[in-house]
Ligand binder design. Sequence first.
Ligand code: FAD
Length: 334
Amino acid sequence: MSNAVVENGVAEAMGAEAIGETADPIKPMRAFKLRVSAVAQLTPHFRRITFQGEDLALFGSNADGLTLDLRIKVMIPSPGHALPELSNINGSLQDDWYQGWLAVDENQRGVMRTYTVRALRPAVPGCPAELDIDFVLHPDGGSGPAAEWAAAARPGDPLMLVGPCARWGDCLGIEYAPGQAERVLLVGDETAVPAIAAILETLPPHVGGHAVLEVPSAEDFLDLSVPPNVEVHWVARGSRPHGDGLDGKVRTLVAPAACDRGEEPEDVDIDAAILWETPAAGTSVGAGHGLYAWIAGEAATIRELRRYLVRDVGMDRNAVAFMGYWRKGKALPA
Ligand SMILES: Cc1cc2nc3c(=O)[nH]c(=O)nc-3n(C[C@H](O)[C@H](O)[C@H](O)COP(=O)(O)OP(=O)(O)OC[C@H]3O[C@@H](n4cnc5c(N)ncnc54)[C@H](O)[C@@H]3O)c2cc1C
């Protein structure tokens, strides 16, 4: 059987035939031109935007059909300009799409930001496929193009996402990898709540542990689906500095080691580089403390938690992912 036959078979199974796909080079990422189908203000600072579009049939997920902490690119159009045209063949992004987008005049190309797929619902009879993103409306009065777009979004608005192609073997953009760990520690500020909420929904009942979530106010606490052995700790920030509550709660849940502390982790200049330290694919986790930790949010907060967990607690670095999702005072470079 030739590759072309296999590819066409997969494309057909994914509904590609229905959207006019032809045999084309398969690439890991696709551009998805979607429209807002619903907007729900979940809390003062969480705004859920639901998207529909016929090529969502080709949106990727992992082998179990889950999206977990899947990150995608949201292409916010420049006011008064159409969605950007990214280098693609039938939606499959070519290797030079990013350079091509950067080459467009910056007043016209819009901005690119990273978000999490909160939920992906395949089409069922009578209901088209849908994708949800939970946008945080910046709490401190400051704003950025993505938060502003979300605050003003209305049903019918167009938006382009860059995400994984279901026809590619791997789903790129998922970091959560607990292996066989039976205890988890999930820690994040409001920007990581969508990922943690999606992860919690998928945990098997035998997995125990804690999720610590810091949000701007108690009104932002969400009703999450949580497995029986995991305890969720919401922390309302109020007027405290960002991350203080998260840091304090983690220190009460995970005690420093009496001996066998770890080494001081290498410093990361969080104003010049992204703090992103995740275990290499395939490394074993759950050894040592029998714990897998997933930690994301504002970079300075994550840097402090990394110091504490690596140096003072002595956590196995193969069992913890540290991810600076944004940096206070800095717009993320496109
Ligand atoms: C893998 C990954 C997944 C993410 N998932 C989500 C998600 O699902 N939902 C979500 O809302 N965010 C998510 N984020 C964070 C999001 O990308 C940033 O908050 C982003 O900066 C927002 O873009 P913007 O255009 O609104 O602001 P920018 O133009 O990037 O920044 C403008 C100003 O706003 C500040 N700022 C940025 N974010 C915040 C914030 N949350 N609170 C207060 N000030 C802020 C910046 O420091 C800067 O001063 C994720 C980030 C990563 C890396």
